[in-house]
Design a protein around this ligand. Sequence first.
Ligand code: CO
Length: 144
Amino acid sequence: MPTPSMEDYIEQIYLLISNKGYARVSDIAEALEVHPSSVTKMVQKLDRESYLHYERYRGLILTSKGKKIGKRLVERHDLLERFLKIIGVEDENIYEDVEGIEHHLSWNSIDRIGDLVQYFEECPDRMADLQLVQEKNEEETANQ
Ligand code: CO
């Protein structure tokens, strides 16, 4: 299994390639707010572990192993964003919070969160019920 930091890179590379068709070291550095030399180092490591092929002047491509895990990581990120949205977390906190937790949950927890998200998304009444609880609690906090 890739380490949390490797996961961040694979996730970002997968996103860049899906959105732009390619992922350059400079794009990855910008997206992850790290120095390009750190990207080069990590990309070489990911190449050694067969997540991607990297050639200095030709750029990089994900292997089928890299694509498979990349897709899973991006889906996990999306699921956790939907989860935080459903439980009423404010938009401005969602991205950072997902980045903070996504590498620290087992796939078992991710799958069960998936069930919960499905439970709410399948039925707007459940969503409305939860919102009532949230509003009531927010009011109580505000009145304390
Ligand atoms: Co993420």
